[in-house]
Design a protein around this ligand. Structure first.
Ligand SMILES: CC(C)(COP(=O)(O)OP(=O)(O)OC[C@H]1O[C@@H](n2cnc3c(N)ncnc32)[C@H](O)[C@@H]1OP(=O)(O)O)[C@@H](O)C(=O)NCCC(=O)NCCS
Length: 292
């Protein structure tokens, strides 16, 4: 089946609603979903792709997101064994949609998954050289490219696109987005450092080489103050919040300038671009290659 044919079946199955899973003896939708899931895992298709013709630099592949949602509709609840925990009925057991079992990796895949409370859901692309430190979670439709580190307590949400050699530090949360179907997922491009306890949500695009200092939170509604260029970056109706290439963003605050907030002398959270990456930043962000 070509990708074009796959797309057509996914789109028509998605449009058919509940009927797509109800037709007796017709497993067209399930066959297409399983083909999509396999293609997501090998990286042949992805939820969003780089596209220089698009103003954000990324194009959403809405049909892929439809296919991922179709998988949830087609799946039934099923018990999953928890190998090291289900000793003689004690410990945890797991129930999830049959269409999204846990992904299994072999040594030949070149991905290191250190034991201990981590999970990668089927339909996620994880490239060779990725290191997953426990506990961490990679959801369906996510793309995690070569040489990236997913550190402890980090989350890569559904359909999030994470580039090459990215460091997702401990407790970094990369939000997922399946619906609305046309919404751009969060994109973290190559060579970005996402510091500990950061949160990147609601389709925010972090361009190549940018650095998010520990504790930086970015959403569609968060204005970012660029001290270098004297500009304020915001999401618009058409575009998500975009952090420029090589920007170094740190968590700051700004005074509330009106109403009670001003009267009470309050400040609210404001991420600030203090500079663009320099040699000192490279030194600060040099991470132990030996861990890879
Ligand atoms: C952002 C970071 C990489 C530092 O980059 P850098 O290029 O070396 O930054 P500099 O030290 O030159 O600082 C530039 C300015 O930003 C300020 N700054 C730097 N880091 C900051 C932070 N985390 N919060 C607030 N301000 C910060 C500095 O005070 C300086 O401002 P000043 O010139 O007014 O004093 C570092 O602070 C950081 O957050 N690293 C990530 C740590 C982490 O999460 N590790 C995870 C391990 S699992």
């Amino acid at each position: 089946m070509t990708t074009k044919q796959l797309q057509e079946i996914i789109e028509s199955s998605f449009a058919a609603g509940a009927a797509a899973s109800g037709a007796v003896g017709d497993n067209t939708a399930m066959t297409a979903f399983l083909a999509l899931r396999a293609a997501l895992e090998t990286g042949e298709v992805r939820a969003a792709s780089p596209d220089t013709a698009s103003p954000s630099g990324w194009r959403v592949n809405a049909w892929v997101k439809q296919g991922i949602l179709l998988g949830f509709r087609l799946g039934v609840l099923e018990e999953f064994p928890a190998p090291e925990l289900s000793v003689r009925g004690s410990g945890l057991s797991f129930v999830d949609k049959s269409t999204y079992p846990v992904r299994h990796f072999a040594a030949a895949d070149g991905v290191r998954v250190v034991p201990g409370g981590s999970s990668v859901r089927s339909g996620a692309y994880v490239a060779r050289g990725v290191v997953c430190m426990p506990p961490m979670y990679i959801n369906a439709g996510a793309w995690v490219d070569e040489g990236t580190m997913v550190d402890s307590h980090a989350l890569v949400g559904s359909c999030a696109q994470v580039g090459k050699r990215v460091h997702l530090s401990a407790a970094a949360q990369i939000g997922g987005v399946l619906e609305p179907i046309n919404a751009t997922p969060v994109v973290v491009e190559d060579d970005v450092l996402v510091g500990g306890n950061c949160g990147v949500y609601e389709g925010t695009v972090v361009r190549k080489g940018a650095v998010l200092a520990a504790g930086t939170i970015l959403t569609r509604g968060t204005p970012v103050y660029d001290l270098v260029n004297g500009t304020v970056l915001r999401a618009t109706a058409e575009l998500p919040l975009i952090i420029p290439q090589n920007a170094v963003v740190v968590p700051g605050s700004r005074a509330v300038s009106k109403g009670k907030g001003q009267e009470w002398g309050l400040c609210i959270y404001a991420p600030v671009i203090v500079k663009y990456r320099d040699d000192k930043t490279d030194l600060s962000t040099a991470l132990e290659e030996l861990l890879r």
